[in-house]
Design a protein around this ligand. Structure first.
Ligand code: PAF
Length: 285
């Protein structure tokens, strides 16, 4: 696996593949790779001739007082994991490679970026959209692969790609979970042992709400309230629990068929997010 730090080197490597008629997939990450990330790489490999993985802890998507400084940086281990997964190229830029000091342009997917995680983390999705657009411009991939755990992020990115006519296919990959059901996340490493035993109840709350909806309970606001209460009693400080339409993340009405339940809650200092999506026309797996 080749490792490059600058956009210039990145483009040269990709140009050579393009001249050989090869397709390119991009897996953008912030590193501290776990099985969920490696699954993205494995799917990218099946869909394209060449796989580029980027590791960049993007400062613009962290708010004041968030964990940008302490975000786990495990470059050496990440490189070993990606080499074992047969990624072709690792792009490891610095902040100065990505952002010019007097940058004046940002991307905001309006509306969507202010809801749910965007309401609690103002500016977060502009940071995500801007850096992902920059990565797309640098790599010009045929496809880009993201985890569905960050369902709102994926919806923001898909909307940006549609609105800006970016010629890339966006692929969403199912969440990989720990044996108890906790969605894998780089931030799980912040959890204490006691918090680790509580954390799977976030997914439990999502499954209970899904089951209530599938059983025909039409009182969505009550289901949301019960889930928030359940989380609070389990020891979380819930942020939101929302029954939404999976297409546009608007609040779901009972006639909507394709749903996603979005949840975020703090456990101690750690902010966890998760979701579950399903169709009322099909049974859940
Ligand atoms: O999901 C992430 O790891 C990040 O938000 C992303 C998409 C790599 C942008 O920095």
């Amino acid at each position: 696996m080749r490792i490059v730090n600058t956009i210039l080197e990145l483009r040269a490597a990709i140009n050579a593949w393009r001249l050989a008629g090869q397709s390119v997939a991009l897996v953008p990450t912030m590193g501290n790779l776990h099985a969920g990330h490696l699954q993205l790489v494995s799917i990218a490999k099946k869909k394209a001739d060449r796989v580029v993985v980027s590791i960049f802890v993007n400062p613009t998507q962290f708010g004041a007082g968030e964990d940008f400084e302490t975000y786990p940086r495990t470059e050496r281990e990440d490189q070993e994991k990606l080499a074992a997964e047969h990624a072709d190229l690792l792009f490891l830029p610095t902040v100065a490679d990505i952002y010019s000091a007097d940058a004046k342009t940002t991307i905001t997917v309006t509306g969507l970026s202010d809801l749910y995680c965007g309401a609690s983390r103002p500016g977060h999705f502009s940071g995500v959209a801007t850096v992902v657009c920059k990565l797309f411009n640098s790599v010009q991939p045929d496809i880009a692969v993201f985890g569905l755990k960050d369902f709102q992020q994926l919806t923001v990115i898909k909307t940006m790609v549609r609105d800006l006519n970016i010629p890339v296919e966006i692929v969403g990959v199912d969440t990989i979970r720990e044996s108890g059901g906790l969605a894998m996340s780089s931030r799980n490493g912040y959890l204490t042992d006691e918090e680790k035993s509580i954390a799977p109840q976030l997914y439990q709350a999502l499954r209970d709400a899904r089951d209530a909806i599938l059983a025909g309970n039409p009182a969505y606001a009550d289901i949301e309230q019960q889930a928030l209460q359940f989380l609070q009693q389990a020891g979380f400080t819930p942020d939101y629990f929302s029954i939404c339409r999976s297409t546009d993340l608007k609040k779901a009405a009972t006639e909507d068929v394709d749903l996603v339940l979005l949840a975020a809650a703090k456990l101690g200092k750690t902010r966890l997010i998760d979701n579950i999506y399903f169709s009322l026309t099909a049974q859940p797996s």
